[in-house]
Design a protein around this ligand. Structure first.
Ligand SMILES: *Cc1c(COP(=O)(O)O)cnc(C)c1O
Ligand SMILES: [Zn+2]
Length: 400
């Protein structure tokens, strides 16, 4: 059953619908699962390990073995911040971001529905992922990208997997508005996170965190928030595992936004559920450069219902957290992903996070998605001749 999160109107699972016809709000797939958690143990480490919780036809699955991503304890940062920190490394998915989880389920649903053309608007990763899964499934794929604002790696992926790439003169929010109109006119099947099946795949991040921690909840999950689908999805997954009786507690959902694109934080600060769009969102973290998040109502519910929190970070804080994670822990992530680490540091400094908390930061995309930002953050390589004397003298010097 597909259900409106605002007025609870219900729709059939096979209806192609993105917003409630009665009230216009966002939809979610509701399901009732009753299985023992023991059945997951012997299965391959992909999100389909939890297939009973995926509301699609098993015979139509389109997968690149997404999910089952690394879960790394960060000893140095834990010690510095006086917390117990784990990171869920979503850059290890097939196309390098968590979007693959949503696309696997979304494209499987598209197979079931028998559509021909799929499409999305994207800040980059959604298009990279959709292009790959559409190729695998054999769909024509149209992607709309905000002109000049997409990181190089993501653009390369979307083009190379054969999507028809349209560069829109406008920002992500404007691109999403026009592609949604195309979808409502039934020209294509929309795979932005307003499609509730996308979030069904992404909720598996929540499943894996709980499973990884031995069927226990961390105290807190921190993640970057753009269009607000992922925080909503993870909370849905956590709630489903909780309701199935797999664990006793739930984590505080903590959403981090860039200072220049923070409509969710603005609403949180007013203790409100009404998101007021930010007109011209701006941040170096292009994946969260979004002014009017479509899943704001779900995200704010997740934050309030979990006794969570929401905070902004600056671009400088994002870039220094990105470097710290790379150089202290060996984990390379794109700027948006580092917002979770930057947010963690800020909330520890503010005393919002308690000493000893068990925290999972979701780092959402791979470092190589945005090579230019990485290169710009480093000194140029030293140019030398292949001369042993010169090399020796360099090695004798301490690095700065
Ligand atoms: C899509 C994306 C986000 C934002 O996720 P939302 O579901 O839009 O809130 C954050 N980081 C990366 C790397 C992404 O690709
Ligand atoms: Zn409704």
């Amino acid at each position: 059953m597909i259900e409106c999160v605002y007025c609870n109107e219900r729709y059939d699972n096979d209806e192609i619908i993105y917003n409630c016809k009665k009230c216009g709000s966002v939809l979610e797939v509701s399901l009732d699962v009753n299985v023992s958690k023991d059945i997951f143990e012997s299965r391959k480490d992909t999100l389909w390990k939890y297939k009973e919780f995926m509301p699609v036809d098993e015979s139509k699955i389109v997968s690149l073995d997404e999910g089952g991503t690394p879960f790394c304890k960060c000893e140095k940062l834990s010690k510095e911040l006086d917390v117990e920190l784990y990171v869920k490394v979503e850059g290890s998915n097939p196309t390098g971001s968590f979007k693959d989880r949503g696309m696997s389920v979304g494209i499987t649903k598209a197979m079931e529905l028998g559509v021909d053309i799929v499409g999305c608007a994207s800040t980059g990763n959604t298009s990279a992922s959709l292009a790959a899964y559409a190729a695998r499934a054999g769909f024509r794929c149209i992607v709309l990208l905000p002109s000049g604002k997409v990181a190089l790696g993501k653009l390369a992926q979307a083009m190379f997997h054969g999507a028809e790439v349209l560069s829109v003169n406008g920002n992500f929010d404007e691109a999403l508005e026009v592609v949604t109109q195309l979808a409502l006119e039934k020209h294509l099947y929309l795979l932005n996170s307003i499609n509730p099946y996308r979030l069904e795949g992404q909720k598996s991040i929540g499943f894996e965190i709980i499973h990884e921690l031995g069927w226990e909840s961390p105290d807190r999950i921190i993640l970057p928030v753009g269009n607000a689908g992922n925080i909503s999805a993870i909370w849905k997954g956590i709630t489903e595992f909780y309701n199935a009786g797999y664990m006793k507690d739930k984590p505080m959902m903590t959403g981090i936004q860039a200072e220049g694109a923070c409509p969710i934080v603005n609403a949180f600060r007013k203790n409100s559920r009404d998101m007021i769009p930010v007109e011209n969102p701006e941040t170096i973290a292009t994946a969260i450069r979004i002014g009017a998040p479509v899943s704001s109502i779900k995200a704010l519910s997740a934050i309030y219902d979990s006794n969570g929190y929401s905070e902004t970070v600056t671009d400088d804080e994002i870039l220094s957290a990105q470097k710290e994670l790379a150089q202290k822990e060996g984990i390379g992530v794109e700027p948006a992903s580092a917002a979770s680490i930057a947010g963690l540091k800020k909330l520890v400094n503010q005393g919002e996070i308690d000493k000893g908390e068990k925290i999972v930061c979701v780092v959402t995309g791979h470092l190589l998605k945005d090579p230019q930002t990485a290169i710009d953050a480093c000194a140029k390589p030293t140019q030398i001749d292949a001369d042993i004397e010169k090399l020796r003298s360099i090695l004798m010097k301490k690095p700065n």
